[in-house]
Design a protein around this ligand. Structure first.
Ligand SMILES: Nc1ncnc2c1ncn2[C@@H]1O[C@H](COP(=O)(O)OP(=O)(O)OP(=O)(O)O)[C@@H](O)[C@H]1O
Length: 246
């Protein structure tokens, strides 16, 4: 579904030149729950930002449905973005708007959504994330886990094929983490949405991911089915993450 080939991202600016990603090759299949794991500064967020077209790769390709999304602009870029729901770290909710208004926000640009259709879709989305009774609340009145659920509902509003989550559990307590992971699994199963999770937590990958890519210092250390990669780790960084360094 997504084929990343030779993806390189170099930041050049006032400071020193930083190679955040170097020659990353990765294939993410339709319906996968794909974990991208690595230590702090490994390049995970940069990879997510390249995938969501918030950052242009320096070189390489990101093929999605036969198109190199790294080369899109204008209307094509906007169309590709609609196919991806993103849940950012910190959630990025509109604090002056209610839960329902936040979830409705991406629909304002969609064709075929009059007021009644928006209301119906928002109700449907809030039911998916279990927040039917909080439609009129403001983000400040919600817990971290609830804010995250609003962000997920908003990301799903335009029926994306893919949901990308940046550290979806790093700010949550263990119990809330468990229910968040159950929700993401449910969304993957029931809606058939491919999910990409950026995390530094091994337990998150072990709990719900079908596949994993281990990133270290901007390079892909290894990738594959979780059982294979964690069952017989080949790279030093995977062994380190698993606590099995020699
Ligand atoms: N806009 C930028 N300009 C310059 N350097 C950047 C920029 N964004 C990221 N970097 C650098 O790229 C490298 C990778 O950063 P990135 O945020 O992708 O890592 P990460 O794995 O997501 O880390 P963390 O888990 O701490 O968020 C780091 O060395 C970082 O300092």
């Amino acid at each position: 579904m997504i084929t990343i080939s030779h993806l390189t991202k170099i930041f050049e600016g006032k400071g020193p030149r930083v190679t955040a990603l170097e020659d990353v090759n990765l294939e993410i299949g339709k319906g996968d729950i794909y974990g991208i794991i690595g230590m702090s500064g490994a390049g995970k967020s940069t990879l997510l930002r390249c995938l969501t077209l918030l950052e242009r790769p320096t070189s390489g390709q990101i093929m999605l449905a036969g198109q190199d999304i790294a080369s899109l602009s204008g209307a094509q870029l906007r169309a590709a973005r609609r196919g991806m729901g993103v849940v950012f770290q910190g959630y990025n909710l509109l604090m002056q708007k209610t839960v329902a208004e936040n979830v409705a926000f991406p629909l304002r640009l969609e064709k075929g959504y009059d007021k009644a259709a928006v209301q119906a879709r928002v109700a449907e989305l809030l039911a998916i994330v279990g927040l039917e009774d909080r439609a009129g609340a403001y983000p400040a009145q919600l817990s971290g886990g609830q804010k995250q659920r609003v962000a997920i509902a908003r990301a799903l509003a335009t029926q994306p094929e893919m949901l990308l989550c940046d550290e979806p559990t790093s700010a949550l307590d263990p119990l809330t983490t468990k229910s968040m992971l159950a929700l993401l699994t449910d969304i993957n199963k029931k809606l058939g949405v491919t999910i990409i999770i950026i995390t530094h937590e091994l337990s998150v990958v072990q709990a719900i991911c079908s596949h994993v890519a281990v990133i270290s210092e901007g390079r892909l250390a290894e990738s594959g089915a979780v059982a294979d990669v964690f069952g017989s780790p080949r790279s030093a960084v995977t062994k380190l993450l698993l606590g099995r360094e020699e």
